[in-house]
Design a protein around this ligand. Structure first.
Ligand code: ATP
Ligand code: MG
Length: 285
């Protein structure tokens, strides 16, 4: 698809000249490598690896949970999404991944619209997703869980298993163990490993450290950095906001379904408004 078709302002619900939600977002941080300080999508979609532009979505008819969310992901970035409970963080990730219909706005990958594609099509396009909960098959072994991750391309299983076992040695060492017998932290490794089986270029992680011991939280953050260092760009939703912003290139604070603050991870950590409103109660370290 031509990127001209996807120029900012041409998506449904985003009319040129109107500030939209982006105009309401707080300009707290300097622009970072082509990503706008307001959170608005103000460049052609082709300049981003992934973009969600003015996305409106919800579950119940006529009730919008996302009321015009914008998010951009650059090649090689880790982008944090933080915000209070019920802000719409999971909804944003699920909408990007095609699990919830986009009511207006657009989602694009490498300049091509992926708005309205189903989740399995997103996987074929190189997007991996690790849900917030119920993200493994407990009755299957670790090996079988990982195989399920590549069921669309079985020829990848062997080579990808080796890559994933390199990142998560536990998964190789205990490949015959039932996933249901593992600890919460180990299950999270299985879930992340499974999402990596299709060799994604984008990984969407929804609260990967939730409910884990501090030791496993450390491990998850470390693995996220390693996964990123081998070329996977990452959008990571976290309640553990401070930790997440520490490893993120950029971050978005969502509140009540729209962008509240946007900036570098470091900039958001130092922003007094963000600290007062969002990091005081959310920070766990
Ligand atoms: N399946 C659903 N059906 C209807 N409403 C839903 C559904 N899932 C979530 N919601 C509602 O959408 C809103 C946003 O929920 P969402 O799960 O996206 O928030 P979140 O920011 O991920 O919160 P948390 O930090 O608790 O995970 C909430 O008001 C929630 O009640
Ligand atoms: Mg959530």
């Amino acid at each position: 698809m031509s990127t001209d078709d996807n120029a900012p302002g041409t998506s449904p619900g985003a009319s040129a000249g109107e500030p939209g939600i982006a105009g309401e977002a707080q300009d707290t941080q300097a622009e970072v490598a082509g990503h706008s300080q307001s959170g608005a999508v103000d460049r052609p979609y082709s300049e981003y690896l992934l973009v969600a532009d003015n996305v409106v979505a919800g579950y119940v008819p006529e009730v919008n949970i996302l009321t015009g969310c914008c998010l951009t992901l650059g090649d090689g970035e880790i982008v944090a999404v933080i915000g209070p409970n019920g802000a719409g963080k999971s909804t944003l990730i699920k909408t990007i991944f095609g699990l919830i219909p986009v009511r207006s706005g657009a989602v694009a990958l490498r300049g091509t619209s992926i708005t309205g594609l189903a989740a399995h099509e997103l996987v074929e396009h190189g997007v991996g997703y690790v849900p917030q909960s119920q993200n493994i098959f407990p009755s299957l072994t670790i090996e079988e869980n990982l195989e399920m991750g590549a069921f669309l391309r079985p020829e990848l299983v062997k080579s990808r298993f080796d890559v994933v076992a390199g990142l998560f040695p536990l998964l190789g060492d205990r490949r015959k163990a039932k996933a249901g017998s593992l600890s919460g932290g180990e299950r999270q490794m299985v879930a992340m490993g499974r999402a990596l089986m299709m060799d994604p270029s984008v990984l969407l992680l929804d609260e990967p450290t939730a409910g884990l011991s501090p030791l496993y939280q450390d491990e998850v953050f470390q693995r996220v950095r390693e996964i990123n260092s081998i070329g996977v760009s990452i959008i990571m939703v976290e309640q553990n906001a401070r930790r997440c912003l520490q490893i993120a290139d950029r971050g978005y604070v969502l509140d009540q379904g729209h962008n509240a603050y946007t900036g570098t991870g470091e900039g958001l950590l130092q922003d007094p408004n963000v600290v007062e409103l969002y990091l005081g109660t959310l920070a766990k370290t």
